[in-house]
Each structure stands twice: as structure tokens, then as C-alpha cells.
Design a protein around this ligand. Structure first.
Ligand code: AMP
Ligand code: MN
Ligand code: MN
Ligand code: MN
Length: 277
């Protein structure tokens, strides 16, 4: 089967490798079709596309859009998007503006528990000054000895209810799907197994997503257990959604799974990449 990795990050968002290095690494790992899906920013796509072509690897321009659905943050991946589409570019620029204000509040919340110069420190880890994420704060807190690794920092500081977490309103689900489709892309629910919502609510999310024009769901992800993969595969079949596969790779030492290294899609699903090859 084709080794498609349709979810990963470069230093344009919260990954650590340059876009060209992500593409070169994916090709070296045996990936046949890669989508770079940085959070809320399209700035790495041109560079990654050139590197993918040089390595003779297929490439899809992508993005991972931050969305607030009901009271939860969910991520919607766009595949095969048009980076020149104005509605998409403007929508993402607005989200990045919100990120700046949120980063200020996160910095203040961490200062309040004694972490000095938190925002300035996080900015040093951000490869893109207009995109500061919780991951950049997490890398700073590892440097400061607050936890041994990024995952530990999230558990103790950055997840809902923890001292560095601040509430934030992202884009609406319908907006994100419309921006993706307006640029000719396919919208995908990213890592559904990660959301802290019940089964009934997950089904409501899928129903809302489909009504708004969403067409695909990530079945195989480094965030999913084998049981979750089976369960989400069932949901994909039940709702007639295309199935996606992605490592959500961020960094060589940090990410649980290498580029291209998630399991293959279970039987009986229509791979989302059939739309593009
Ligand atoms: P943000 O968009 O700024 O809220 O940051 C979200 C990013 O934080 C995700 O894309 C992941 O890269 C990372 N993240 C979220 N939860 C965790 C976790 N429990 N452990 C490690 N990284 C996480
Ligand atoms: Mn991330
Ligand atoms: Mn995500
Ligand atoms: Mn991601």
C-alpha cells in the first residue's frame, strides 16, 4: 500500500525542522505521499513542495486549523488546499492574530506561578514569530527543568485546568471547512481519538462536520491506540467519510512516531488520497 503521511509539522508552526528538511526526512523514511499541515499557517508549503519534488515524493499542500466546537478545541486538517485562496489566507491570519493575544495571557499566567520571562522564552523557540503555540512554552519549561519532557509539561502546566492554560476561542467549525473547500481542498477531522469528549458528542461533531461539508476523518494517527483506530474506522464507514492517515510528526526526539510510521489503514475504508492520485 502507498505510504501516505498526511499530517506533520515544520518550524513554521510547532515542529522543529525546516519545511524542506521535513520533506527530505519523509522521503528518506519511505513516504510516498506527504502533506505538510502546519497549524494555522501556509508559509512552509512552497519550500516543502520543492524539496518533495527533488526527492521524487508526492506532495499535497495542507494545513491544520484550530477550531472551537461547542466548548472543545478540535483540529481540522485541510488537504490539497490552495495557498493563494484569499478567504483561507485571511481566515488563518485572523487565527494567528488571536494566538498573539493568547500567548500574552499564557505568558502572564506562567509568570504568576514564578516562571520568569515566559513569553520571551517561548518566542525563542518559535521558528515563526507570528505563531507561538503551547509547544513552544513547553520546550521552554523543559529547558527550565519544570518537567523532563514536553509531554510532562503539558500534563502539569498546559492542559485545561492547569496553571498555564488559558481559555481561547478559535475559528468556527463551519468557517474552517468553508476556507478549506473554498481553496479546493478536503476537510479532515484530525486525531478524533484525542478529544476529551464522549462517544455521543464525537458523533455529533461528525454530524455537524458533514453538514458543513467535511468529507474525511483521520483514522490512523500517532495519537490513537489500536482500539481507537478500530472504533474510528467503524465511524468512518458508518458516516461514509474518507479515511486519512498521519503521523502528526513534530520533532525527531519528541514525537512518539516517525514520519510515515503509523499503521496502514484498516480494511473497508476509502483512503482520502484516492481523491488526489
Ligand atoms: P496550541 O495550538 O498552541 O494550543 O498547541 C497545540 C499543540 O500542542 C498540539 O498541536 C500538539 O503539538 C501539542 N500538544 C497538545 N497536547 C499535548 C500533549 N498532551 N503532549 C504533548 N504535546 C501536546
Ligand atoms: Mn502541534
Ligand atoms: Mn492537532
Ligand atoms: Mn498536528
Amino acid at each position: 500500500m502507498l505510504n501516505a503521511d498526511l499530517h506533520c509539522h515544520s518550524a513554521v508552526s510547532d515542529g522543529v525542522l525546516a519545511p524542506a528538511a521535513v520533506a527530505a526526512r519523509a522521503a528518506a523514511m519511505g513516504v510516498d505521499l506527504l502533506a505538510l499541515t502546519d497549524h494555522d499557517d501556509l508559509g512552509g508549503l512552497a519550500e516543502a513542495a520543492v524539496a518533495a519534488a527533488a526527492a521524487d515524493m508526492g506532495f499535497l499542500p495542507g494545513v491544520e486549523i484550530s477550531v472551537t466546537w461547542q466548548t472543545s478545541t478540535v483540529h481540522i486538517v485541510g488537504l490539497g488546499i490552495d495557498a493563494a485562496n484569499a478567504a483561507l489566507a485571511d481566515g488563518l491570519a485572523a487565527i494567528r492574530g488571536g494566538r498573539d493575544a493568547r500567548a500574552e495571557r499564557m505568558g502572564a499566567a506562567l509568570e504568576a506561578i514564578g516562571i520568569k520571562d515566559a513569553l520571551a522564552g517561548a518566542r525563542r523557540y518559535a521558528g515563526n514569530p507570528s505563531l507561538v503555540s503551547r509547544t513552544h512554552f513547553a520546550r521552554l519549561l523543559v529547558e527550565r527543568g519544570c518537567a523532563p519532557h514536553v509531554r510532562g509539561v503539558f500534563e502539569h502546566y498546559l492542559l485545561p485546568g492547569k496553571p498555564g492554560y488559558v481559555e481561547h476561542r478559535w475559528a468556527e467549525l463551519g468557517q474552517a471547512v468553508a476556507w478549506i473547500r473554498g481553496g479546493g481542498g478536503i476537510a479532515v477531522i484530525a486525531h478524533p481519538g484525542r478529544y476529551r469528549i464522549g462517544r455521543a458528542q464525537l458523533q455529533t461533531l461528525i454530524e455537524d462536520f458533514r453538514e458543513q461539508g467535511g468529507e474525511a476523518i483521520e483514522v490512523c494517527s500517532s495519537a490513537h491506540t489500536p482500539e481507537q483506530v478500530r472504533d474510528i474506522a467503524r465511524l468512518a464507514r458508518h458516516y461514509g467519510l474518507l479515511a486519512s492517515r498521519g503521523s502528526d510528526f513534530h520533532a525527531p526526539q519528541e514525537s512518539p512516531v516517525e514520519l510515515g510510521a503509523v499503521p496502514p489503514l484498516p480494511e473497508g475504508l476509502t483512503p482520502v488520497w484516492q481523491r488526489f492520485i
